[in-house]
Design a protein around this ligand. Sequence first.
Ligand code: MD3
Ligand code: FE
Length: 215
Amino acid sequence: MTSLFDDQSAPPAWEPLEDGAVLLRGFAGPQSSTLVEEVERVARIAPFRHMVTPGGYTMSVAMTNCGRLGWVTDRTGYRYDEIDPQTGLQWPAMPPVFARLAAGAAREAGDSLFLPDACLINRYEPGARLSLHQDKNERDFDQPIVSVSLGLPAIFQFGGLERSDTTIRIPVIHNDVIVWGGPARLRYHGVAPLKGGSHPLLGCYRYNLTFRKAG
Ligand code: MD3
Ligand code: FE
């Protein structure tokens, strides 16, 4: 028996991607304009910058951080640091709306006590990309990573536990949230070069927030 309330056209709110990865389409929608304002506030204290990798490459993605710990890279390696090396100051505090969103998304995916201490904010402009890597500077791989996409659309590349494993492409748009936990946590991933375009809220940019329990 079908009824008026079986809305076959509504997209599923909860979309399992792969073992351990859950896509929450539109999950950040109610907060997105506040999130963008908070990103801009963070960036007034800790400006976006293009960091240099240990191999000497300048990243095409511009980054900043908020929360107790920030992810940084330089010629000596990758690490989390309480101090922004560019300003010598602590990173700006994690806005409560960020922490609530990340904890709420993790809870949807089954992780009920996610208290991130780091939020890496990536800013992409057309052509910017993130090559295939693993996130393994965090202390506890049992803790998930939550990513929030804002602005222009992007394509995540999601591979396996070896760099040479085949990758699948996951298109993400403004307000999509993904929780990467369990067996997905250590899989290689990256972002394909951003296509040009104009987003009503963010113009020619894409922001990605990644929340981690780093320390
Ligand atoms: C898959 N950022 O900052 S999060 C990063 O869009 C990073 O800026 C991407 O990868 C971005 O490290 C996308 C996608 C992501 C994050 C963590 C993962 C995918 C993941 C951990 C395990 C598996
Ligand atoms: Fe990553």
